[in-house]
Design a protein around this ligand. Sequence first.
Ligand SMILES: C[S@@+](CC[C@H](N)C(=O)[O-])C[C@H]1O[C@@H](n2cnc3c(N)ncnc32)[C@H](O)[C@@H]1O
Length: 225
Amino acid sequence: MKTYIILPNIKRSPIPEEFQDDDVRSAEFLPEYFIEHFTQPGDTVFDPFAGFGTTLLVAERMKRIPFGIEADERRYEYTRSKLAMKDNIILGDSRQLDTFPLPAIDFVFTSPIFMGSDETKNPLSGFKEDGTYQVYLDQIQDIFRKLSEFLNPGAKVVVEVFNLAPKGTRPMTLLAWDMTYAISKALRFEREIIACWQEVDEEDTGETPMDVGYDHHYCLVFVKE
Ligand SMILES: C[S@@+](CC[C@H](N)C(=O)[O-])C[C@H]1O[C@@H](n2cnc3c(N)ncnc32)[C@H](O)[C@@H]1O
C-alpha cells in the first residue's frame, strides 16, 4: 500500500439544499479506497461519527454491513433514510459507545468532529459543554478504547484527520499528531497514509479544498492486536 494517495476533490452524491452550508462529508473515494484494501464482502464496517453516512453508504454499496453512531438528529435521520439497513445507525453519543448493542466489527473508517486548541466548548458534546482541547483529546482516546472492545483481532481502524493551520486569530493546532498520540494509547498505530486532494478544475485559487490550510489529510491507520 502506498503511503500517499491522490484523489479528486469531489463529492459524487448530491446532498439536500438544507445541508449544503454544512457539508462536512468525506469524499466517497476515501472510505472506498480503504474498504477495498482492508475488507471483504460481508464484513462489518463501522463509523462512530457517521455524519451524513458516507462510510456507511459506501460500505453498503460495496456489499459490506454498515454500522454507525451519529449524535446530530438531522444527520442521523438523513443517513437512516439513505441506508437499506436502516436499523444499523444509532442516534447517540459515541462517548457512551460501550452502552450500545454493537456487533463485532471488522473495520472502521471515521472522521471525528475536530477541535481547535484555542476553543473552549467541547465539540463532542454538540458544543454544549465547556471543555479544553485536552479534555477533547482524552474523550477521543476513551471512545477508541471503548471501540477496541468490539473490534475483531486484526481489525484496522482508519481515522481521517488534518492539522489546522493558523488563520486570522486561530492558532496552529497539531490535531493530526495529537490525535495519533491519543488514539495510540488504545490501539496500535501502524502507519499514516496521506490523502492529497486534487482540484478537478486545476485552477489554483490559493484556497485549500477543505478550508483548513492544507491540500492533504492524514489517514491514520491503527490495528486491534
Ligand atoms: C466530520 S463529521 C463526519 C462526517 C462523515 N464522515 C460524513 O462523510 O458525513 C463528524 C460528525 O460527528 C458527529 N459527532 C460529534 N460528536 C459526536 C459524538 N459525541 N457522538 C457521535 N457523533 C458525534 C457530528 O455531528 C458530525 O456529524
